[in-house]
Structures are given as C-alpha cells and as structure tokens.
Design a protein around this ligand. Structure first.
Ligand code: ADP
Ligand code: MG
Length: 253
C-alpha cells in the first residue's frame, strides 16, 4: 500500500548548517508517527517541509501521492502555482507549541474562519461543524469565550479543533504540550489520543514518551538531521541500538 506520507532523500541546510540530511520516512494512512530527538535535531524543519512552510534543497515530500509544493521533472523541481500549494496545504492540519489563536476572535469564530475563508463551507455549516468539534475536544459551551479567557490546555484544544475544521487527511503536531503547565498536558494528549483512535494520520513531535508508547505505530529518533532509529515503540523506546538515542531516552524517561 502506498504510504500517505512519503519523504525521500530530504535535505535542508541553512547556510552551511545541514539541518536535514537524507531523511526518508513513510507514514501510512491511519498511522501515528512520533518524532523524538534533542533540540536542534531538525524535527520542526522536517514537519515544516511536510507542510510546505520550508523548501527542501533536495529530495521530496509526497502526501497522497502528490509531491508537496513542487512538480518533478527529470532534473529539476519546479515550484507549483500558489493555488496548487494552497490546495495541498488545505489537506494538512498543523498544531504548534504556541497555540496561535486569533486573540480578537471568539473560540467559535477561530474555528469557523478557515473553512469560510477558503470557501469550503458556508458560515452556517462551518458554525455547526465548529460546535461539533468543540464537543469533541471537550469544550462544548465555550463557543463565545475569547482565547485569553481559556487555560493553555483549553486554547490548545481549540487550536486542534480549528485545524480539524479544514477536514485534513494529515495532522502535524509540533510539541503541542511543551508550553503547557504539567497539569494541563494530559487533557491535550487525551484529545490527540482520541483523534488517533478515529484513524487520523498523524506526525507528532513530542517528548511525551508515555504518549509515544501508547499511541505511536512508529517512533522515529532524529539526531543531527538524520534518522538514527525508527520502528515500533517497543523496539525504539525499550531497546534503542544507537548511543545517542539511548542517552536521550534515559534523560527524558
Ligand atoms: P528541532 O525542532 O529538532 O529542535 P529545528 O528543526 O527547529 O530543530 O532546527 C534544527 C536546526 O536548524 C537548529 O540548529 C536551528 O537553529 C536551525 N534552524 C531552524 N530554522 C532555521 C532558520 N530559518 N534559519 C537558520 N537556522 C535555522
Ligand atoms: Mg522544534
């Protein structure tokens, strides 16, 4: 079966600093891949390449068989027209460490905005969908609140609902609980776990090893821009072969 996400030979440098070095990754439909690794390993850059926020120097990312952001010819990658990139990115939801909600909009308006602005749904349908999504993330009844009136955990759950409002086929999470007080981490991981159980394909950067163990199909350990281990959580978490992975895991466990 063709993977939903296929990364091949991905390279990215900033100046002379090689940040991603020949990265290959497959994520099949309905799978959850957890990316682990020390700060500076290239985890965010990899997610950003998958979502076309960053342009790779070589290699490519395919989502659903389509090369993200580029058209291949034998020799070169050609940038796609902006409209095609927008269409591709609409299939991918992303949740960041900082929730990035619009502060001047209510919770409901935050979630309604995307599908209305892109013409996917009428305002009425988008509002109905937003109410369902808020129920799903445990925030039914908070439609009229403003982000500042919510806890960090609640804001992050709104951010997840907002990403889901675009009906993505792939969800990317970049350290979604790293900015939260410890007592709020569980409620966000719980929503992510429920989402995984619905069959959503997800790539999650996190240091939450318990989540990786319980939810991931594949754990990928990235260090210095290279994938040094990848496999089922039991293999990578309990029997890491690489010294760097072993050291990292003993520090975070
Ligand atoms: P991680 O998410 O694993 O902590 P990142 O992907 O954010 O790592 O960054 C990997 C390396 O690339 C870091 O050394 C970082 O400083 C560098 N880097 C990331 N983005 C940029 C940029 N836009 N310009 C220059 N260097 C960058
Ligand atoms: Mg990062």
């Amino acid at each position: 079966m063709t993977p939903l996400v296929r990364v091949r030979g991905l390279r990215k440098s900033f100046g002379s600093h090689v940040v991603l070095d020949d990265v290959d990754l497959d994520v099949h439909e309905g799978e959850v891949a957890v990316l682990l690794g020390p700060s500076g390993a290239g985890k965010s850059t990899l997610l950003r390449c998958v979502n076309h926020l960053e342009r790779p120097d070589a290699g490519f990312v395919q989502v659903g068989g389509e090369v993200i952001g580029y058209r291949h010819s034998r020799r070169r990658l050609y940038e796609l027209p902006a409209r095609a990139i927008t269409r591709q990115r609409a299939q991918i939801g992303m949740v960041f460490q900082q929730f990035n909600l619009f502060p001047h909009l209510t919770v409901l308006e935050n979630i309604v905005e995307g599908p209305v602005a892109t013409g996917r749904l009428s305002r009425r349908d988008a509002a109905g969908q937003a109410r369902e999504l808020l129920e799903r993330v445990g925030l039914g009844g908070r439609e009229q609140a403003y982000p500042r009136q919510l806890s960090g955990g609640q804001q992050q759950r709104v951010a997840i609902a907002r990403a889901l409002a675009m009906q993505p086929r792939l969800m990317l999470f970049d350290e979604p609980t790293s900015a939260l007080d410890p007592e709020l981490v569980g409620e966000v991981l719980g929503v992510m776990k429920d989402l995984a159980a619905t069959g959503m394909t997800m790539i999650v950067v996190t240091h939450e090893i318990g989540f990786a163990r319980e939810v991931a199909d594949t754990v990928v350990f990235l260090d210095g821009g290279r994938i040094v281990e990848s496999g089922p959580p039991a293999d990578v978490l309990d029997n890491p072969r690489h010294d760097r992975a072993r050291a990292f895991l003993s520090a975070v466990l």
